[in-house]
Design a protein around this ligand. Structure first.
Ligand code: NAP
Ligand code: F7E
Length: 345
């Protein structure tokens, strides 16, 4: 049987790495789009090259979501069955610093891929996945967010993802493209970007434990997030494209925790006994064993507007995709800690 071909934009990111490995196991040919950078940015997928069985089914090309012709040429050349758009300026706080670039990549990038599919007359040949985000719900007051919850984005990032979401629906309805939106809640892993809060907390606490860092500086400790594992979430992306009809799906665990909850769990597992003192920007975590300050809050890590509360309802995915998360928050934290310790040794 002819192998299926997948083209992944954003292959060098966290989800790109997990999705590549998932699809290679399913016997796909995986083509990936990486952008040029001054230092090599393929560390998350370098292990695939070492695997002799995957090597010939895994090829990377240079391209960029800001470059229309590279997108068009890559889709034409690789003739994929499935295109996954995971590429983005994905950092919410950074999107306040580079709002125009975030919209350029996250909004227009998605449009450029859809235009290429349409202009190549590949509407019936290609299935398209758009990486949407719970950040699109932003400041909603709904206690659980599902596919029917109204969007109220609270950052240039969230707004940019809303454009990508709606343009995906628009091209599905206008040109009959098999296009799906995943509305994914936060998902983490040992290869999560180092400036996202979960990885930052675990790396920071382990460095302090080993005497390589004095303190950890954080922002808002009281926002709540619904955290899952990237490994579970990429499977949901693939499942969306295997359905008879295209659709949009919330992917979440249905549980929510504060940043402080995450710190408490991680600190305990790493072997710290901590107590919290002070309030607001002056709140601190103290290491009970030596009375030293472990964590302090810093204004620069607070956002101009915060998304305070996210908790997803993934019932639609459970029913239609037969998807539910397998990895718990505690298992995720354990895996992240083990990976960090292994890296150090
Ligand atoms: P990530 O680790 O930040 O990866 C983003 C990927 O996009 C990287 O491969 C990056 O390349 C690439 N990229 C950035 N700008 C680009 C450009 N102009 N042209 C081409 N590629 C570009 O993000 P992730 O956590 O894997 O998330 C994957 C997608 O899901 C993103 O669209 C994100 O917004 C979305 N999402 C993530 C979460 C989550 O919790 N992880 C939740 C909901 C939605 P470099 O490696 O060169 O930087
Ligand atoms: O922040 C708070 C911060 O940057 C989580 C992206 O993958 O998920 C991610 O966006 C929370 C926020 O993720 C620090 O204020 C406190 O409330 O880890 P984060 P995010 O903003 O939720 C969504 C679903 C995406 O789509 C995005 O692409 O933690 N927080 N102190 C901090 N956050 C960071 N980064 N650093 C801190 O020091």
């Amino acid at each position: 049987m002819k192998k299926k071909v997948a083209l992944i934009f954003g292959i060098t990111g966290q989800d790109g790495a997990y999705l590549s490995k998932f699809l290679l196991k399913k016997n796909y040919i995986v083509y990936g789009v990486k952008r040029r950078s001054s230092i090599i940015n393929t560390h998350r997928i370098d292990d695939i090259y070492k695997d002799i069985n995957s090597k010939s089914n895994f090829i990377l090309f240079y391209g960029d979501l800001t470059d229309t012709s590279s997108i068009y040429n890559l889709i034409k050349k690789t003739r994929p069955n499935e295109v996954y758009n995971l590429a983005a300026q994905s950092h919410v706080q950074v999107s306040f610093e580079v709002p125009e670039y975030s919209a350029e990549v996250n909004s227009l990038g998605a449009l450029r891929i859809l235009e290429a599919i349409k202009n190549l007359n590949f509407e019936t040949k290609v299935k398209f996945y758009q990486a949407g985000s719970s950040e699109m719900f932003g400041r909603t007051k709904d206690k659980f967010q599902n596919e029917k919850t109204s969007f109220y984005p609270a950052s240039p990032y969230g707004v940019s993802k809303c454009f990508a979401h709606w343009i995906t629906i628009n091209y599905r309805e206008a040109y009959n493209i098999f296009a799906c939106n995943g509305i994914l809640f936060n998902h983490e892993s040992p290869i999560r970007g180092e400036t996202f809060v979960t990885r930052k907390i675990i790396q920071g606490l382990i460095r302090i434990k080993n005497g390589n860092q004095k303190k950890l500086f954080l922002g808002n400790l009281y926002s709540k997030r619904d955290w899952g594992h990237a490994k579970d979430y990429v499977e949901a992306m693939w499942k969306m494209l295997q359905q008879k009809k295209p659709g949009d799906y919330v992917i979440a665990t249905g549980k929510t925790f504060t940043i402080k909850d995450f710190v408490n769990r991680a600190a305990k597992k790493i072997g710290f006994k901590i107590k919290w003192v002070g309030k607001g920007i002056n709140e601190k975590a103290i290491n009970i064993e030596n009375s030293k300050i472990l964590i302090e809050c810093k204004k620069r890590y607070f956002r101009p507007v915060e998304v305070e509360f996210l908790k997803g309802n993934a019932q639609k995915a459970k029913k239609l995709l037969k998807w539910s998360p397998k990895i718990t928050l505690d298992n995720l934290i354990d895996e992240m800690i083990d990976h960090e310790l292994e890296n150090l040794s």
